[in-house]
Design a protein. Structure first.
Length: 632
């Protein structure tokens, strides 16, 4: 993207895929009836990293979303799986599908293989075929949504079909998309964008088929579209046009209100479900049970929706509608939400002549299934007679995820983890008290620990419950040099705050939380290292305590990249410093929590860079997510 070529094809290119971390790319090229695959370096032009000659006539290639795996399909229906650092073969599956295209989902569950008029979906981890879907036309493109809950298939007959990945049943479809060449899901999940014809991009609202804004490009030549985020989480739309690649900072689309509400609702419900330090067991079970959970979820849904609506009635054009004398119902209409009905006696209807006489008070809102607002409660004051009329639809049927019990974590797990959270807090208080007595930390170091159950769906579409245990800390500015990492420091033993936090981790998993360490089960360990914006002059010596790091995948402010650090070159950038702090946590966990070796442990590194300077920005945190934690 700096403007110079990194490779030149000497034969017809059949497929080209970039490693998501940006370090390499894979090309399948074809001469006459023979195809070959090469993985090339993205930084050194023409440098071939890997070319398995024993794979005869490869047909499709894909990288896993975390960049750690390479999938190669061949003409015999095989799928080969390679490690992208060593290029050692991990597995080989015969799925019986001659794939012309392969697409991996971001959650690591699925590999979609398109072949003619069919799309087969393979489990990335086991190689098992999950399903094969006849799509009624020649496949043009296949994509998964960012959260991997949806899969879209565009076919040459102008049809775009959307399937839910839980059961791979059709959930939505768009037709009449003649000359559509490609599409992509918006990262927030409300829209997708289709390249249609030569010069237009059509935005399709997944909740409202009537919402279809179009972007025209006068240069023409459009065949491809892709969404991306920058490190500030701004969303860009990128597409090819005639002799160019274009980027647009995307604005003007409607926000995904249901996602915003759901995220906030889950956060509030997780906090509500925690057992309070002053609660007895009887009091906790009386406060947190199946009935109270439904009531609390409804209350939070109402509160959050009303906050999101932001006095929508003030921006609404109100109009008087018809009157039903049999039920004494007067209709009030709005230009930005559904109409409501007021109970108004027959002899008072005449006093409703002008909407300017009406004043809406204590208005509450809810969200509909099409991701739009509706009024659920209002007190309507009529200035003409001084009377207030109540509209009350609070007990309406809420959104499906509120009412469907199978979308809730079982209440016994909520209660169990709520009580375990109290035990974890007690461990924290004991460790922190000892550290303070030894003058290692003070009240200026604040360590936070918590537990939560997160419902998920596995690669087979079965609902599972994951158990997440989180550890993090903050240190007030001005005290970090004594209690946390000083500038340029990265070893765990150089931070009393980090050591204290990790002692809590050790104590927890040696006692009550050891039950979640089960042989063969999967645990995701997400480690975050952070650094401030203090410029590094020259380099900081790296003593090699964690070994040399070579092209290790990591996330910088949510964006995937690779990290390389050596003793010879030292630490030259703040992201390297933050990464080494995170790597220290991994080494500590591996050395101290040896029982984790029994599990399928997936370590993920996350780096955060602050815009400010100061010790309060130099810290670490770690989250353990035990997948399907409560099954045998």
């Amino acid at each position: 993207m700096k403007g110079f070529p990194i490779g030149v094809a000497n034969s017809d290119v059949r497929s080209l895929k970039f490693n998501p971390a940006g370090v390499s790319y894979a090309v399948i090229s074809q001469k006459k009836n023979k195809s070959v695959i090469e993985v090339l370096d993205a930084w050194e032009s023409g440098k071939v990293l890997f070319s398995p000659q024993y794979i005869l006539n490869p047909t499709a290639v894909a990288f896993s979303a975390d960049s750690r795996k390479l999938f190669i399909c061949d003409v015999a229906g095989n799928v080969y799986v390679f490690d992208t650092k060593t290029f050692q073969q991990i597995n080989k599956y015969n799925v019986g599908v001659i794939a012309s295209e392969a697409v991996a989902s971001d959650n690591g569950y699925f590999l979609a293989l398109s072949s003619g008029t069919n799309v087969a979906v393979m489990n990335q981890e086991t190689g098992a075929l999950r399903t094969t879907i006849p799509v009624g036309g020649t496949v043009v493109a296949v994509h998964f949504s960012d959260d991997a809950t949806l899969m879209g298939v565009l076919t040459g007959n102008g049809r775009l079909a959307i399937y839910t990945t839980r059961d791979f049943q059709l959930s939505n479809e768009y037709t009449g998309l003649d000359q559509a060449a490609g599409f992509d899901f918006h990262p927030e999940g409300k829209y997708l964008t289709v390249v249609q014809g030569n010069n237009q991009l059509q935005f399709l609202n997944l909740s409202d088929q009537n919402d279809r804004p179009v972007l025209y490009d006068e240069d023409g030549g459009l065949t491809y579209v892709h969404y991306l985020k920058d490190q500030k989480h701004q969303i860009y739309l990128t597409y090819n046009a005639q002799r160019s690649i274009k980027y647009k900072l995307l604005k003007g689309l409607k926000p995904h209100l249901t996602k915003m509400l759901t995220d906030e609702l889950n956060a509030r419900m997780a906090e509500w479900a925690r057992m309070r330090p002053d609660e007895t067991m009887e009091e906790y079970q009386l406060r947190v049970n199946e009935e109270t959970r439904i009531q609390q979820a409804r209350l939070y849904e109402q509160e959050i929706a009303t906050e999101l609506a932001d006095d929508l009635i003030l921006h609404s054009e109100v109009r008087l509608g018809g009157y039903n004398p049999d039920d004494d119902l007067l209709t009030l209409g709005f230009d930005n939400m559904p109409q409501i009905y007021l109970t108004v006696p027959d002899d008072e209807v005449a006093l409703f002549q002008d909407v300017s006489d009406l004043e809406f008070r204590n208005v509450l809102y809810g969200l509909r299934s099409d991701d739009s607002f509706e009024m659920t409660y209002a007190e309507v004051y009529n200035k003409r007679n001084g009377k207030t009329y109540e509209f009350n639809n609070k007990e309406r049927r809420s959104l499906d995820y509120i009412l469907a019990d199978n979308n809730f974590v079982p209440i016994e797990l909520v209660q169990q983890t709520g009580m375990e959270d109290v035990k974890l807090q007690a461990i924290k208080e004991d460790v922190v008290s000892t550290a303070k007595q030894n003058n290692l930390i003070s009240d200026h170091t604040n360590i936070q620990v918590n537990t939560t159950v997160v419902q998920d769906v596995d690669a087979n579409g079965q609902r599972i419950n994951n158990y997440k245990v989180s550890f993090r800390y903050t240190v007030d500015g001005g005290f970090s040099v004594m209690e946390d990492f000083a500038a340029g420091k990265y070893r765990i033993e150089q931070s009393h705050a980090a050591e204290s936090m990790l002692k809590i981790v050790m104590r927890a998993f040696e006692s009550d939380f050891a039950q979640y360490i089960k042989p063969g089960k999967k645990v995701v360990v997400r480690i975050t290292g952070s650094a401030d914006a203090l410029k590094i002059s020259g380099s900081i010596p790296y003593d090699g305590c964690y070994g040399d790091i070579d092209s290790e995948p990591y996330y910088l402010n949510g964006q995937l990249g690779t990290m390389t650090i050596s003793q010879r070159q030292g630490i030259r950038e703040n992201e390297q410093l933050a990464f080494v702090r995170a790597l220290g946590v991994k080494k500590y966990v591996e050395n101290q929590m040896t029982s984790l070796a029994q599990m399928q442990t997936d370590y993920q590194y996350n780096v955060e860079l602050a815009e400010g300077t100061g010790g309060q920005y130099r810290r670490i945190s770690v989250d353990f997510t035990f997948i399907d934690a409560f099954s045998n």
